[in-house]
Design a protein around this ligand. Structure first.
Ligand code: FAD
Ligand code: A2P
Length: 264
């Protein structure tokens, strides 16, 4: 019963290691798979037990891409990622083709300025949304705030942003609209500090020369990080008058877990 269906098996096509603890990989895309940029699916690796470990993963590639991309942590003893971190092109991977999630444009009411707020691998859904023309057609400005403890953890996001500017499809759309604000909290880098602190102090507005503070009449937000981060950001957005939305009831901001923490 839990044996993966043959149709759930895809093939790894490319693997890139960004740090000792972070990597991205691309896989073949089932012809029938349709998803909205920002959604996640369940993936796993075939094993002998017939009950493979499946984990939620945000699709990092945009919905127009022929392949699927994922951006992943390597948890040393993690049931999935202790094996997944060793995959090579040509290896099989299980992909349950049932995309779901709340980090989608449909769950937001129309606004003018979209804030993408991510920590760690919470960047993954935004790697999809940033490459989706819809994001740029719906918003006059998009601010991507990505925060990690150390500077090398920003590498995947930084490269993606650089590539966006040179992309033949998206490059022109993002000109003058994209504001990128990568920060670190535990070692020096050009911008420092937690997303919550930079939003509440106004530092991000000063650094990017953007009008502030957050205003429910113009600002919308998508949030993806640890449970503690999501909770604190949601409370902050709420204090500025933004209200949380969902697929069933679109609102000013939406939240998704980047992972489920220990003991939660
Ligand atoms: P697990 O047993 O799942 O995790 C062990 C511990 O490692 C956790 O308790 C937690 O403390 C820590 N941990 C797990 N994942 C992360 C993470 N991403 N960042 C920091 N610490 C973590 N993971 C990704 O790497 N990329 C994604 O795009 C992604 N999307 C997700 C989307 C959703 C909606 C959810 C709920 C989770 C997502 N995850 C993502 C987490 C993912 O499902 C797994 O937890 C992760 O791949 C580790 O799997 P594991 O079996 O090796 O270890
Ligand atoms: P900090 O170094 O100050 O804890 P983690 O690896 O713990 O998930 O953290 C990833 C990044 O998110 C770190 O830069 C961390 O900052 C930041 N962070 C963690 N928890 C919160 C929170 N509740 N609010 C804002 N930022 C957070």
């Amino acid at each position: 019963m839990n044996q993966p269906l043959r149709t759930d098996l895809q093939t790894i096509t490319q693997v890139t290691h960004w740090t000792d603890a972070l990597f991205s990989f691309r896989v073949t895309r089932p012809a029938s798979l349709r998803f909205r940029s920002g959604e996640f699916v369940m993936i796993g690796l075939p094993d002998q037990t017939g009950k493979p470990v499946l984990r939620a993963y945000s699709i990092a590639s945009p919905s127009w891409d022929d392949e699927l991309e994922f951006y992943s942590i390597k948890v040393p003893d993690g049931p999935l990622t202790s094996r997944l971190q060793h995959v090579q092109p040509g290896d099989p991977i299980i992909l349950r083709p049932k995309p779901v999630g709340t980090l989608v444009h449909d769950a937001l009411t129309p606004g003018h300025r979209l804030w993408m707020l991510a920590t760690g691998t919470g960047f993954a859904p935004f790697a999809s949304l940033l490459r989706d023309p819809d994001t740029w057609e719906r918003n006059e400005r998009v601010v991507m705030m990505h925060t990690c403890r150390q500077a090398d953890e920003l590498a995947y996001g930084r490269r993606l942003i650089e590539d966006l500017h040179n992309d033949p499809l998206i490059g022109e759309l993002v000109q003058g609209k994209l504001f990128y604000y990568p920060t670190t909290t535990r070692e020096p880098s050009p911008y420092r500090g937690r997303i919550t602190d930079n939003l509440s102090s106004g530092q991000v507005f000063a650094d990017l020369a953007l009008p502030g503070p957050l205003d429910p009449a113009i600002d919308r937000a998508m949030v993806c990080g640890s449970l503690a981060f999501n909770k604190d950001v949601a409370a902050l957005l709420d204090s500025f008058g933004l209200s949380e939305g969902s697929n069933a009831s679109p609102g000013d901001f939406v939240v998704e877990k980047a992972f489920v923490g220990d003991g939660v």
